[in-house]
Design a protein around this ligand. Structure first.
Ligand code: NAD
Ligand code: MG
Length: 396
């Protein structure tokens, strides 16, 4: 259990925003970190470029039709990296002996199966894929408890709370958790103005550079809603002890309030490499490449309440968490369909909360004691959401 021993890391979602940041941190520490498994969705060229740079033992592409392109590309580059394809291969590598640490950075419910595989296999699990906790939080936390997997949250807010709460302190001494939110690109806008926003405007986040799906979620505040559910599972907090505070500078990444009047916060520039470095080295600290926070230059820390009328997704997520059972899975699936329809220009921005609300109403929460129940709810929600989205027009 030597914490300075070489760590073998599987980066799932390697070609994405988090994956790229993770590889940047890993490459800074060749003496202690090695990327042994790289997994991507469908972009073989991007995955090959990462293989040339990081020389993993295994490379895997989720899209099976891209297997030959990956295999041939690896051999043309003169690498002895082994090529694999398909979701089962990702799961097997996440659980296998060639890694002790897994960075779960696939976007959406597509990341659940490999995240669960890593949790069941007892890996150190650096969890960025928040949708897997929203969809199956209880199962995932239980799998990690049973196998001894250490989950380190990578979402910046939860990573901040993790740092303020490292020893899983007695929950009775915690008064509440405060998640900060940047407010997204439309902070201060009213509902009428939001009707006409374009996908390009929605993904242009003022403070963070992220993939398109989470950027759109930040614009609707659904991202914060998913994070409330995520915090509930990670830290065992009931919904009424999780608060959301808009903090436009994105320097205070979240706060933990204790019964004695102490509030602890973690601060830093908005760059995911800090959270990733925490997860990779914990309980030690390593350089991440992130600039130091200079409060004299930043000068201000502002806080305001979220506007639940203009951004109903946050309230919908609280409602789904309180309803429990399959409701969070339904919320997440409906949101994935709605966001994808919005990003493809098929529905307007306000259709996202409208769709999620309609699908939640159509599928009353069921008890969710098995993975199959949750996956069924996810599939049903996707079907209904797609059907409703097809009847909507832009501006509706
Ligand atoms: P991204 O879109 O930039 O990258 C997604 C990655 O997942 C890519 O490598 C893609 O190839 C892969 N992928 C997509 N579909 C797949 C599939 N079906 N099977 C296998 N791989 C697939 O997304 P991102 O911004 O890096 O976000 C990744 C996850 O991390 C999301 O769950 C997001 O909510 C979470 N997260 C991201 C940030 C951030 O700053 N980007 C912050 C907090 C949490
Ligand atoms: Mg976050």
């Amino acid at each position: 259990n030597d914490s300075t021993a070489l760590r073998n890391v599987a980066v799932l979602g390697a070609t994405g925003s988090i994956g790229t940041s993770a590889l940047d941190v890993i490459a800074r520490h060749p003496d202690r970190l090695r990327a042994t498994v790289l997994a991507g969705g469908s972009n073989v060229d991007a995955l090959l470029a990462l293989c040339v740079r990081h020389r993993p033992t295994h490379a895997v592409i989720a899209e099976t039709s891209r297997y030959a392109a990956l295999r041939d590309g690896l051999s043309a580059a003169g690498l002895d990296t082994q090529a694999h394809a398909g979701n089962e291969a990702i799961d097997a590598l996440a659980a296998g002996d060639d890694c002790d640490t897994v960075i779960a950075a696939i976007v959406g419910a597509a990341g659940l199966s490999s995240t669960l595989a890593a949790a069941r296999a007892g890996k150190r699990l650096l969890l960025a894929n928040k949708e897997s906790l929203v969809l199956a939080g209880e199962l995932l936390m239980r799998a990690a408890r049973e196998s001894g997997a250490r989950i380190i949250p990578i979402d910046s807010e939860h990573n901040a709370i993790f740092q303020c709460l490292p020893d899983e302190a007695n929950r009775e001494t915690l008064r509440r958790i405060v998640l900060t939110a940047s407010g997204g690109p439309f902070r201060g806008w009213c509902r009428e103005d939001l009707a006409a926003v374009t996908p390009a405007q929605a993904v242009a986040h003022p403070r963070w550079s992220m993939g398109p799906k989470i950027s759109a979620d930040s614009a609707t505040l659904m991202n914060k809603g998913l994070e409330v559910i995520e915090a509930h599972h990670l830290f065992g907090m009931p919904p009424d002890r999780i608060e959301v505070l808009v903090h436009p500078q994105s320097l205070v990444h979240s706060l933990v309030e204790f019964v004695d009047g102490s509030t602890l916060a973690q601060l830093g520039l908005p760059d995911m490499r800090t959270a990733l470095a925490v997860g990779l080295a914990w309980p030690q600290r390593i350089e991440s490449g992130v600039e130091r926070l200079d409060l004299l230059t930043q000068r201000r820390l502002d806080f305001e309440a979220p506007d639940l009328d203009a951004f109903p997704c946050l309230a919908l997520a609280f409602r789904a968490l309180r309803a429990g059972g399959t409701a969070p899975a339904v919320l997440n699936a409906a949101n994935e369909i709605a966001v994808s329809a919005f990003l493809q220009g098929r529905v307007g921005f306000l259709a996202i909360p409208a769709l999620v609300e309609e699908v939640l109403a159509a599928l009353p929460p069921q008890t969710a004691d098995t993975l199959d129940t949750l996956l069924d709810a996810d599939a049903q929600a996707r079907r209904i959401a797609s059907k409703v989205a097809a009847t909507m027009t832009i501006g509706a």
